[in-house]
Design a protein around this ligand. Structure first.
Ligand code: ASP
Length: 306
């Protein structure tokens, strides 16, 4: 199961159509990898493909921070042993999710940030890329002008502003035939974020979690997702016997009760019985999935809106 971000895709029909088509292709590809190489390789492959597409806010096409830079967060998690790897504030590299996987597999650490993470990327010879797209630059320029005119104050960039922004964080969760559950996530973070800001996608438990009972990844405004520890909570609900759908809905509902009635975020999840779940408070969530017995993947711009 994959997602290409919660938010307002409908304001640009062409972009929405492209995202929908791409997530469907990604789910197809992920399913093939799942069958041949298992859950971890499948989720990493899915996220990698979406990082390489300029359609999403991850890798190429990441959103710009207030100073015009791009700093990305990513993570992977493997449910059976609670193995996890995450990176924060990484620049210039094409596939932050690959670096997160290397942190998990080749180091004794879980979360690497900034310069240290970049040194690791260099050590492993990760491919660099120009991540800037005309589209994101245009959005950044529009808002920058408004900041300069004093219409907006970025230290307190308000929710209303963030709500209208382009999202498009990407994530994937999968269960393979050995019962292994894996999750992966990658993002450029919030448009116009302050330099140094780290979002939920780098934080195990918040933007990503996988254990023996389920896997979950989040999208939306990360500050709330972090305070909720949303993905761990969803997995806990699955451990208690809720299905992936019930668990995601319950976490989004709790988020709205505890943080605010329309706090924008969304979750996708897979439980250990292979059920999928997706819920969001945002107008839309771009997602797709494929499981055994399905001829082709199904994609949609909405799931259960809480
Ligand atoms: N959750 C991401 C963050 O806050 C943004 C997103 O999902 O679009 O960094």
């Amino acid at each position: 199961m994959v997602h290409g971000g919660a938010g307002l895709w409908a304001k640009d029909e062409k972009r929405a159509g492209r995202a929908l088509k791409e997530v469907k292709e990604v789910a197809e590809r992920g399913f093939d990898v799942l069958k041949s190489r298992g859950a971890l390789e499948a989720v990493v492959e899915c996220v990698k493909v979406m990082e390489d597409s300029d359609c999403f806010n991850a890798g190429i096409g990441s959103t710009l921070a207030i100073d015009g830079s791009i700093a990305m967060d990513a993570a992977v998690m493997l449910g059976s042993k609670l193995d996890a790897g995450a990176v924060a504030l990484v620049k210039d590299i094409k596939n932050p999710v690959v670096l997160a996987k290397l942190v998990m597999e080749k180091t004794a650490h879980v979360l690497m940030a900034g310069d240290g993470a970049m040194k690791l990327a260099e050590h492993f010879g990760l491919e660099k890329a120009n991540l800037f797209t005309e589209y994101r630059k245009k959005v950044w320029e529009e808002y920058k002008e408004r900041f300069e005119r004093g219409e907006l104050t970025y230290l307190s960039a308000n929710l209303e502003l963030l709500r209208k922004m382009e999202v498009g964080t990407v994530g994937a969760v999968a269960l393979d035939s050995n019962g292994e559950i894996a999750a992966a996530v990658s993002t450029g973070g919030l448009t116009l974020k302050l330099p140094g800001r780290i979002g939920d996608s780098a934080i195990v438990g918040a933007g990503i979690y996988a254990d023996r009972w389920g896997g979950c990844v989040a999208t939306g405004i990360g500050e709330g997702v972090m305070r909720l520890v949303a993905c761990k909570e969803a997995c806990l609900f699955m451990e208690q016997g809720l299905s992936a759908q019930e668990a995601t809905e319950k976490v989004v509902k709790r988020g709205l009760e505890l943080i605010g009635p329309d706090y924008p975020f969304g979750l996708i999840a897979v439980d250990c019985e292979g059920n999928i779940g997706a819920a969001h408070s945002t107008p839309q969530l771009c997602w797709a999935y494929k499981k055994e017995g399905m001829k082709e993947a199904i994609s949609s711009l909405s799931a259960v809106r809480v």
